[in-house]
Design a protein around this ligand. Structure first.
Ligand code: PLP
Length: 349
């Protein structure tokens, strides 16, 4: 008998399984033994493929998860007495258990508010200019999340304006690309346009949320920052001995084009869900659904009713706000069931 796979998991895009091209390449990489610690043919090939993908001679590293990718990359971008400027809702601030501070030996995160989960040049400058004395941790890096934690995207112009501010104050730009593919799909922009062409020094690109079993690519466009990064990964327990099982599925995503079609699908499903919620009296969208997440305010009794029916979602932003995230395999039928349940619960509220 098939297991009951009725998915009511919309809490995050990491509840989804492995997409077919990634699984296909995982099995291909399993057909033969190969060298360990990234010296295998798959890892070499995937790194080269990333250089084509970005149309840039970048340095590429593979790690297990996003917290490590962000933490180690930020550690590589500054010294322990430096600070990292990020949005107050940034994953590195709210959801990484102090990992960036730990791996950088104490670099401080300086947070700033901003509409729709986005940093602004003005917000960045106010943090830089607040103090200039030796008692303040010296600003060194701007970290921005593309797509943002609230499902919006930075346009190319917004990225360029942030780069200009970074240049003005001698700062590096780090991009948390947990949903980078969704941003490319949303903006119909190439990976190059949203990274090195917009002045991004390093990108943490999530495969996990795009359809891999696990794995993130750390991509350094500013290659000087990648010095000894392999040692940093090893020391942090992030050097996979069977690295080919992270690299080969990545190659599957890139060669098949699934990286983009997965993201386009997830974004389309989020737009569908957002439109559905917008049409429900009593439900209120909190942010424009520009990527694959939908944030909606619903009465507490409705949230409870949805949970009782088995729906999973997070409510960590604001009182009564719920986040639903779509993935490469989210179906319209599933979202229709969610909307039906929400409609019923709202009518009873
Ligand atoms: C999921 C996510 C990460 C990575 O999280 P891990 O659980 O450590 O893989 C990083 N940034 C953002 C914005 C995320 O949503």
């Amino acid at each position: 008998m098939e297991p009951d796979c009725t998915p009511r998991f919309l809490a995050s895009d990491n509840t989804s399984g492995i997409c077919p091209p990634a699984l296909d390449y995982l099995l291909r990489a399993n057909a033969c033994d190969d060298l360990a610690y990234g010296n295998d043919a798959w890892t070499q090939k995937a790194a080269d493929r990333f250089r084509d993908f970005f149309d840039y001679d970048c340095d590429v590293f593979f790690v297990f998860n996003g917290t490590a990718a962000n933490s180690l990359t930020l550690a590589a971008m500054g010294q322990s007495y430096h600070s990292v400027i990020c949005h107050e809702l940034a994953h590195i601030e709210t959801d990484e258990c102090g990992g960036p501070e730990f791996f950088s030996n104490g670099a401080k995160l300086l947070t700033c508010a901003g509409a729709d989960g986005k940093l602004t040049p003005e917000g960045i400058e106010s943090l830089v200019m607040r103090r200039s004395d030796i008692h303040y941790p010296k600003p060194r890096t701007i970290s921005l999340t593309q797509a943002t934690e609230v499902g919006t995207v930075y346009t190319r112009d917004e990225l360029m304006a942030i780069r200009a501010m970074a240049d003005k104050h001698g700062l590096h730009v780090h991009m948390d690309g947990a949903r980078f593919a969704n941003a490319c799909a949303s903006l119909k922009a190439t990976p190059a346009e949203l990274t090195w062409q917009a002045g991004v020094d390093a990108l943490c690109f999530s495969g996990t949320k795009n359809g891999l079993p696990m794995g993130e690519a750390v991509v350094f466009f500013n290659r000087a920052l990648a010095e000894d990064f392999d040692y940093r990964c090893k020391q942090a327990g992030q050097l996979a001995s069977k690295m080919r099982f992270i690299a080969a599925p990545w190659l599957g995503l890139l060669e098949s084009g699934a990286w983009l079609s997965n993201a386009e699908h997830a974004n389309a499903m989020a737009r569908y869900l957002a439109e559905g919620f917008a049409a429900l009296p009593g439900a209120q969208l909190m942010f424009p659904a520009q990527a694959n997440s939908v944030f909606v305010t619903l009465p507490v009794t409705v949230l409870e009713a949805l949970r009782e029916r088995g729906w999973t979602f997070y409510t960590f932003i604001g009182a009564g706000g719920a986040r639903f995230v779509c993935a490469w395999n989210t179906t319209q039928a599933l979202l229709d069931r969610l909307l039906d349940d929400a409609r019923e619960a709202l009518a009873a509220a």
